[in-house]
Write a protein that binds this ligand. Sequence first.
Ligand code: HEC
Length: 142
Amino acid sequence: MRIPSLFVAVCLVAATPGFGLAAGFNPEMTKYVQGLETQAKKQESSFKGFDAARGKKLFFDAQPNAKSGPLSCATCHTSDLKKSGKTLVGKVIPPLAPSANKSRLTNVKETEKWLLRNFKQVYGREGTAREKGDVLMFINAQ
Ligand code: HEC
């Protein structure tokens, strides 16, 4: 009997240490998140895996911003990620939650591009590998 390759792939992913949390990403995103994990391990010796709770805090923590006033990820994406958000100039942003918007966190280029821009806008710097992984875990669980 032939073993279907999808089954083998699922087993390999499930058997990867520390990978349980990342379940639900497509293969492209899975690779991206695994890359972030490798980077995070190199950068922080105490790193023990991504954490959606830390990602949630990062998402809601408002930072002082001279132009807009206190700014967090939730300022534009709202505190209910299943709902549409709005940019600072009032342009509608479709929901960020993959459960409400199937295209979310499916395209690495798109996700990377916006994480870079949005981290710079809120935190004034690029997100670290751990921060990006943490916030992706949080968003993906919505
Ligand atoms: C000033 C408004 C604004 C803020 C603040 C903001 N975002 Fe966004 N975000 C956007 C816009 C606009 C897009 C692109 C439009 C779209 O994808 O619908 C976007 C897209 C994204 C995407 C792309 C998702 C995908 O795969 O399609 C992610 C992830 C994201 N934001 C996360 C964050 C995180 C994390 C923060 C906080 C560090 C944040 N955003 C803060 C406006 C914002």
